[in-house]
Design a protein around this ligand. Sequence first.
Ligand code: ZN
Length: 181
Amino acid sequence: MFLENASQKGWIEVICGSMFSGKTEELIRRLRRAQFANLRVEIFKPCVDTRYSDEEVVSHDAHAIRSTPVESAQNILLLTSDVDVVGLVEVCRQLADSGVRVIVAGLDMDFTGKPFGPMPALMATAEYVTKVHAICVRCGNLAHHSHRLTADEKQVMLGAQDSYEPICRHCFAELRKKERE
Ligand code: ZN
């Protein structure tokens, strides 16, 4: 998630998709453009929430833009402890209302294909929603599912990239059918 202090008008942008869909790259692209425009840019990510580790690239990539640990961002009301869905959506609304451009990047579905965490509500309340796609490793079509490769319940957390593969709707449906048999 990143926030940019635009001069007056705020809004909410959502970048969503499966794992390996390029959400972080898209986030960085928008961030760089904002920097070129000499806008003040800040990135926040919830340190306590492993569901967002997908976004660590933002801070670990040498070319990426530095992110601010959420705990030190005192003017941001959220994410200091448990983030609940309502909390994140409400804070994004408040920030946008107060003139901040808010960009949120995240997974839109869990590995079972269910809408994930705060994303449905964020997508509903955002001005702009961009869905980015991965490529299905099984057939080459556009993929929007994050298929979990292991049945190990300990590895259910999203963000462990080697435990998932991007697959398309058709291949996802085929797999679910096989699982039921
Ligand atoms: Zn496929």
